[in-house]
Design a protein around this ligand. Structure first.
Ligand code: ADP
Length: 327
């Protein structure tokens, strides 16, 4: 079951800028496509169009080549999970999940068996099923919301920032459950996030959506190491790529690829920032300010003169006029 979207254009009434300006990609079955982009990029709009909740002005959404355009939301079988997904507060978690499976013609025992299996797969503790949603932790609620989506027997799973309100340790564990969702779900998953780390770790494929356009698409490590254009180089990564002009081109290198204290480019440390595991140095050089990342433990300080090496193998070149990556 491949999901393909073709040339989707969306605009909201009264908005001068289009929310989506011609978005095309394919998401194969059994894989998670992470869609990363800043706030306002059009990510939610895209998911809502696939789910049938928002109408595109142009373009098509297809499942195995068959257009969903004429199908109302309930017949598309595209399950949408969003941040803070609401479970009905007056029902226990199990009752919420029974409600989600109520359309399937199952006997009550079978239904409960499916609920037990789906929640166990997402590591929802069995005792949580008999509680009301208000008594679950944020991570449990979000896992239940994903289990509920899977129990509705979808053909496509759409996850809209499902980790946005979780604290870091919960984020990691729910992220792992999401990465493992394909053990139980054979269809395509679209996972929308503004968080680079989430996108790079959850996605089998990565699409970078900026201002309503897919600026890059591919294997996450490739997109990170060799962004397709300058827009992506400036956006993706905890720190963006260092970019500077050289021989009529724009040249880029990631901070962690810059070697500190062993090269031919001299500079002076302007700033030092420690993150715990790493230290980032902003270094003033003849090529401009270059950010270098090294493992923590360095005793270099602002004001120190140092030498940098920019290994050729990690340098990326971009066309100055078009911004496109060059071979
Ligand atoms: P994202 O999910 O990436 O933050 P959205 O899809 O929510 O982006 O929004 C894309 C653009 O569409 C933004 O400029 C936003 O302001 C606009 N937009 C989204 N929803 C509406 C709406 N209901 N009415 C008008 N404009 C909207």
């Amino acid at each position: 079951m491949t999901l393909s979207v073709h040339d989707l254009v969306a605009c909201y009434p009264g908005q001068a800028r289009r929310a989506l300006g011609g978005v095309t990609f394919e998401a194969p079955a059994g894989a998670t496509l992470a869609i990363v982009g800043p706030s306002g990029a059009g990510k939610t709009t895209l998911l809502r169009i696939v789910a049938g909740l928002v109408r595109a002005q142009h373009g098509d959404v297809r499942l195995d080549g068959i257009s969903l355009a004429r199908l109302p939301p309930q017949e598309r079988r595209a399950a949408l999970v969003f941040q803070d997904d609401a479970l009905l507060p007056a029902m226990t978690v199990r009752e919420n999940l029974r409600f989600a499976t109520s359309r399937a013609s199952l006997r009550p025992v079978e239904r409960d068996a499916r609920i037990d299996a789906a929640t166990a797969a997402l590591h929802v503790p069995a005792r949580a099923l008999e509680r009301h949603p208000g008594r679950l932790s944020g991570g449990e609620r979000q896992r239940v919301a994903i289990a509920r989506a899977l129990l509705s027997d979808p053909r496509v799973l759409l996850l809209d920032e499902p980790l946005a309100h979780l604290d870091p340790s919960l984020r990691r564990s729910v992220r792992n459950e999401i990465a493992g969702v394909h053990q139980r779900f054979a269809g395509p998953v679209l996972y929308v996030t503004h968080d680079h780390e989430d996108a790079l770790s959850v996605g089998d494929r990565l699409a970078v959506l900026i201002a309503g356009r897919v600026e890059d698409f591919g294997e996450p490590q490739r997109v990170y190491d060799s962004p397709g254009n300058l827009t992506v180089a400036r956006f993706l990564g905890a720190r963006p790529m260092n970019l500077f002009e050289h021989n009529g081109m724009v040249v880029g290198i990631r901070p962690e690829r810059v070697r500190v204290a062993e090269g031919s480019l001299s500079g002076r440390i302007a700033r030092r920032e420690t993150t715990g595991a790493d230290v980032f140095f902003d270094v003033e050089t003849e090529r401009g300010c270059i950010v270098a990342r090294t493992p923590a433990g360095s005793d270099l300080r602002p004001g120190d003169e140092i030498a940098l090496e920019l290994p050729e193998r990690w340098m990326r070149r971009f066309d100055r006029a078009t911004g496109e990556a060059r071979a």
